[in-house]
Write a protein that binds this ligand. Sequence first.
Ligand code: PLP
Length: 426
Amino acid sequence: MTTSAELFDLASRHIPGGVNSPVRAFKGLHRPPVFMERAQGAYLFDVEGNRYVDYVGSWGPMITGHADQDVLAAVRARLDNGLSFGTPTAVETTMADLICDMIPSMEMVRMTSSGTEATMSAIRLARGTTGRDKIVKFEGNYHGHSDSLLVKAGSGALTHGEPSSPGVPASLAEHTITLSYNDIEGVEECFAEIGDQIACIIVEPVAGNMNCIPPQPGFLETLRRVCNEHGSILIFDEVMTGFRVALGGAQAHYHITPDLTCLGKIVGGGMPVGAFGGKRDIMQNISPMGPVYQAGTLSGNPLAMAAGIALLTKLQVPGFHDALSQRVETLCNGLQERANAAGVPMMTQSAGGMFGIFFTSQSRVDNFAQATACDPEAFRRFFGAMLDHGVYLAPSAFEAGFMSSAHTPEDIQFTLDAAEKAFNVM
Ligand code: PLP
């Protein structure tokens, strides 16, 4: 049998850091990453035959669990027709109709092959529509790895201590204004000063790349108001929150309507898919209708559309998201009880089907500064102990956790039993 450690050594010969996306490398966790062989429902199975209850869900898409039979069947049904044609296909219209139905602020939608492309294209569209260069983002929000957005980013960029990456030209980064998440006054001051130069605000309506930080009451409302007042475009990056926080995304949950929305993860059912869309009069500026260029060889790929449509259709079962939130609540309450009993300073935050575990004695975490003030060593010890007890958490203190409808009460109890053991050895 080849172990994960051996496979990691082999991978590292020709793949930088042995991984194709940085956070997978378990950097800072003092152990090699686990190589997975297969996944089913709530479980991952590694190359050594170990089973893990998984709260990463391929970083979000697997909201009904891994290897969902309906999603796989939809892909199989299309497989023999060919993988990609580079022509329009009817299934793309089905997908567009479904998205616009589920998220009414999206009157038109363009598919991409990743969340990064969706946010990058939405920013270009906002700049092209307003004729302005400056954009506002929030510290610790991650919107993929395009240049304009890789400034004070969260997620892997944060784990590796490089919120801004070398290779991003200063002349580009200077157009990105970074404010503190949940800081209403900071937003108002910025717009009072230079609001008329700002093309857009891009925001994670629930931050999920500096652990899980919901918006404070009034924060999203303020973003909507200042954008209205200054003719700026409000972009909700719902790559993570879309179809997860609620069926209609965070915008449905918090009742705030953005001008543009970016999607990814769940919308592709586990295939490489992203999407951006919104108001018709803005979307009409995208080529070939308008002058703002945007394209993709594999955009709207028929197999990927089939997977996404199958998954989105399943989420429409009444009560799906209530049941998902209930599972999150059971998990978070159970973790809190066990941490308290063991005397470990820890608290959780959640929104719909996503949650975060913070090693801190603070009662709330509302922004990047507070998120990075949490105890990284406590996270490392907890993560390692959970892994050893068969629970796969995100291998970074700055990533949200994801629940799926495949997680049974027994899986959650198994997780809580593991946590009890983990807290007791911390
Ligand atoms: N936006 C958010 C909120 C994300 O969480 C991510 C990825 O984690 C992205 C954008 C980028 O998506 P992708 O990794 O598909 O390029």
